[in-house]
Design a protein around this ligand. Structure first.
Ligand code: 4NP
Length: 146
């Protein structure tokens, strides 16, 4: 799960998808930027997740590294800007094919998970609901493929 800062959207995506899959799946998140490496998720993401019964408080931010593009089977990005940034890091066509816009992969009508960083609590709840809907579909697909 990849966003820009790895403190608002992708930690929520990581926590939500983990809550829907068994331990045989390895799910992680990262930011295209490294400004928040080592930090906890944004307190508003932690609170929103907690209100929905998901604990993301033990996550710590990190920047995406090129080895992630080999190690992970699917790289879900939150918006088209993240998509461009991650595609730029790819060194092969097979790496590029792993990169998916999370809402499009879940066939949701919106393309981008909006960045809530400069928003308020309702923006975080909107992001949570978008990701929860997407992760329901993704978890079902991945479980069926298992
Ligand atoms: P995120 O949100 O990409 O969903 O984690 C952001 C968090 C921090 C910044 C930008 C976006 N920032 O500029 O520090």
């Amino acid at each position: 799960m990849v966003c820009l800062g790895n403190i608002c959207r992708s930690p929520l995506a990581e926590g939500i998808l983990k809550s829907k899959l068994n331990n045989s799946f390895e799910i992680d998140s990262a930011g295209t930027g490294g400004w928040h490496a080592g930090e906890k998720p944004d307190h508003r993401s932690i609170k929103t997740a907690k209100d929905f019964g998901v604990d993301i408080s033990t996550q710590r931010g990190r920047q995406i590294k090129t080895s992630d593009l080999d190690y992970f089977d699917i790289i879900f990005v939150m918006d088209e800007s993240n998509y461009t940034n991650v595609i730029t890091l790819c060194k092969s066509e097979s790496q590029k094919q792993k990169v998916k816009l999370i809402l499009r992969e879940a066939n949701l009508s919106e393309t981008n998970v909006p960045d809530p960083y400069y928003g308020d609590a309702t923006d975080f709840i909107h992001v949570y609901n978008l990701l929860d809907n997407a992760c329901n579909i993704i978890a079902e697909k991945l479980t069926n493929e298992q």
